[in-house]
Design a protein around this ligand. Structure first.
Ligand SMILES: Cc1cc2nc3c(=O)[nH]c(=O)nc-3n(C[C@H](O)[C@H](O)[C@H](O)COP(=O)(O)OP(=O)(O)OC[C@H]3O[C@@H](n4cnc5c(N)ncnc54)[C@H](O)[C@@H]3O)c2cc1C
Length: 434
C-alpha cells in the first residue's frame, strides 16, 4: 500500500482493499526530499501526518514503513524486496501523480506485479462525470449539477488490523519540529487533529456556513482544506457526513469546486501553469514588476485588505477564500503581473497548496480560466467595506493599523499624517472606490 496524499486510516478504499486481499500489507510512504523542499509549511504538516498515520497503524498491530528517495523508484524497490503480488495506490491528478502511476504500472507489470489505482482523494473522482462529448467540464455550474447527481461510494470504516511483515525495515520518522517554518499559527497536521476539526465544524459551523463563509473576520469556513489536501480526511466522508445536516448545500458546492478543478487538471496537466484560455489584455504595469511583487508578497502594498491577507498567509499558512480572490485579482489585474508568479508564491506558503485548486483559482481570478465572466475584478476597498465592515480582519493582521477605525481603515492614505506616524506605506498604485 503506497500512501501519497491519503494519510489516514478512515474511509480509505486502497488500504481496505489491501487488507482484505492479503494477509500481510506493507504500508509504505516515500519521502521525496525534492518534494519536501517545495514548502516548509506543508513539510511540517506532512511529517505530523506521517506520525499520526504510524500511530494509527500501530494501534492496529502494524506500522508505517518510511523510505526516502524518488517515490516510484523506491516503491518498486520495496515491492521487489517484500515480494508483493500487488501495489495499491490512491489515484491522483497532478502531473507528478499521473506520471508516477504510469511508471509504476509499466515497471510493476514487467515484474509480474499488479498496480491497483483506487479512488479516495475526491468526493466525485475525476472522470466519474463527463460532458456529453466525454471530456472534462470547463464551466462549473453544469459540472455541479452532474456532481450532485453522481453516485457516491459508501464510507468505509478503518481496518481493524493491519499486519505488516516484521522483516521489512523502515527509516525513523523525522521529527516535524525539525522543519523550520515562518508561520506562527500553522494548524496541526495529521488525521487525529483533522477529525477533530471536522467534528467541530459539522457540529458548530456548518449550519451557518452559507451566511458566514464570506465574512473575512468571522472564520465561518471549515478550515479543512489542508486536511483534504493531505488526505487526513476523505472528501467522500466529509461530503457524506455534511449532506445529512442542515446548511449542507453551500458547503457541498465548495467541495465540488475542488473536484471540478481536479477533473480539469487530470484532463490537461498544462493547466497548472498555462492559460486555459486567453485572458483579457493586461494593462501596462505602472510599477517595476519586481518591486510590485515584493510589496504584494510582504503585505506592504499600502492597501489594507491586500496586506492583511498576505500577512495572514505568512502567519497561518492559510488565507480566507475571499481574501485569496482579492489578492489574486489585485496582482494579476491591477499590478499586471502574470498569475503564475502569484501562484508560485501561494504554492510555497499555503498549507493547502494544491496544483489543481491553486492554478484553477488563479486562472479564474486572472480571467484566463473557467470564470464565465473573465472581465470580473475585485476592488480591495469595496471588498473590505462589504466583507470586513468593522475592519476587524485588517486590524488583526496589520499591526500598524491596529487602532484605526472604519471608514479610515479602508483607505488610510486619506490621512497622510496617519501613514507617516504608523510607518504604513502609501498605496503602491492608486485605488478606485475609496
Ligand atoms: C487564488 C486562489 C488560490 C487558491 N489555492 C488553493 C489551493 O492551493 N488549495 C486549496 O485547497 N484551495 C485553494 N483555493 C480555494 C479556497 O480559497 C480554499 O480551498 C479555501 O479558502 C480553504 O478554506 P476552507 O477549508 O475553510 O474552505 P471552505 O469554505 O470550508 O470549503 C470547504 C472545502 O471546499 C474546497 N474549496 C472551497 N473553495 C474552493 C475553491 N474556490 N476551489 C477549490 N476548492 C475549494 C476546499 O477543499 C475547502 O476545504 C484558492 C483560491 C484562490 C482564490
Amino acid at each position: 500500500m503506497l500512501f501519497t496524499r491519503d494519510l489516514r486510516v478512515h474511509d480509505h478504499p486502497a488500504l481496505v482493499d489491501a487488507v482484505r486481499s492479503s494477509d500481510e500489507v506493507v504500508p509504505l510512504f516515500v519521502l521525496d526530499p525534492a518534494l519536501l523542499a517545495r514548502s516548509p509549511n506543508r513539510a511540517r504538516l506532512l511529517l505530523e501526518g506521517l506520525r499520526d498515520l504510524d500511530r494509527a497503524l500501530r494501534g492496529r498491530g502494524g506500522r508505517l514503513i518510511l523510505r526516502r528517495g524518488d517515490v516510484a523508484e523506491t516503491a518498486l524497490r520495496v515491492a521487489r524486496e517484500a515480494g508483493v503480488r500487488r501495489v495499491l495506490v490512491t489515484g491522483g491528478v497532478s502531473r507528478t501523480a499521473v506520471s508516477r502511476e504510469l511508471r509504476l504500472e509499466r515497471e510493476l507489470r514487467a515484474l509480474g506485479i499488479e498496480l491497483r489505482v483506487l479512488p479516495g482523494a475526491y468526493a466525485v473522482e475525476p472522470g466519474a462525470v463527463a460532458t456529453s462529448s466525454g471530456g472534462a467540464y470547463r464551466v462549473f455550474t453544469p459540472y455541479y449539477r452532474a456532481w450532485l447527481g453522481a453516485p457516491r461510494r459508501s464510507v468505509l470504516p478503518p481496518p481493524r488490523a493491519v499486519r505488516v511483515p516484521p522483516e521489512i525495515p523502515s527509516e525513523p520518522l523525522p521529527d516535524p519540529a525539525q522543519v523550520r517554518i515562518d508561520a506562527e499559527d500553522l494548524l496541526r497536521g495529521g488525521e487525529e487533529a483533522a477529525r477533530q476539526r471536522l467534528d467541530r465544524f459539522l457540529r458548530r459551523g456548518l449550519s451557518r456556513y452559507g451566511e458566514r463563509r464570506d465574512a473575512l473576520e468571522e472564520g465561518g469556513s471549515s478550515r479543512l482544506s489542508a486536511d483534504l489536501r493531505f488526505g487526513f480526511l476523505s472528501a467522500t466522508e466529509v461530503a457524506v457526513r455534511a449532506a445529512t445536516l442542515p446548511g449542507a448545500e453551500a458547503f457541498l458546492r465548495q467541495l465540488a469546486w475542488r473536484d471540478f478543478y481536479a477533473q480539469l487538471l487530470r484532463h490537461d496537466p498544462r493547466l497548472a501553469w498555462r492559460d486555459l484560455r486567453p485572458g483579457p489584455a493586461r494593462p501596462a504595469p505602472q510599477l517595476d514588476p519586481e518591486v510590485a511583487l515584493e510589496a504584494w508578497l510582504r503585505g506592504r502594498t499600502g492597501i489594507p485588505l491586500v496586506d492583511a491577507a498576505m500577512r495572514q498567509l505568512w502567519r497561518e499558512g492559510w488565507m480566507h477564500n475571499r481574501a485569496r480572490m482579492v489578492v489574486a485579482s489585485f496582482l494579476a489585474r491591477r499590478l499586471a503581473i502574470p498569475w503564475q508568479e502569484g501562484a508560485r508564491l501561494f504554492a510555497r506558503l499555503l498549507a493547502d497548496g494544491d496544483p489543481a485548486s491553486n492554478a484553477g483559482n488563479w486562472q479564474w481570478a486572472a480571467g484566463t480560466g473557467t470564470d464565465p465572466r473573465p472581465g470580473r475584478t475585485f476592488n480591495p476597498v469595496r471588498q473590505a467595506r462589504r466583507f470586513d465592515p468593522d475592519g476587524t480582519y485588517v486590524r488583526r493582521y496589520v499591526d500598524e493599523l491596529a487602532d484605526v477605525p472604519p471608514p479610515l481603515i479602508f483607505a488610510p492614505w486619506r490621512e497622510p499624517a496617519l501613514l507617516a506616524s504608523r510607518r504604513y506605506p502609501a498605496p503602491i498604485v492608486p485605488v478606485a472606490g475609496a
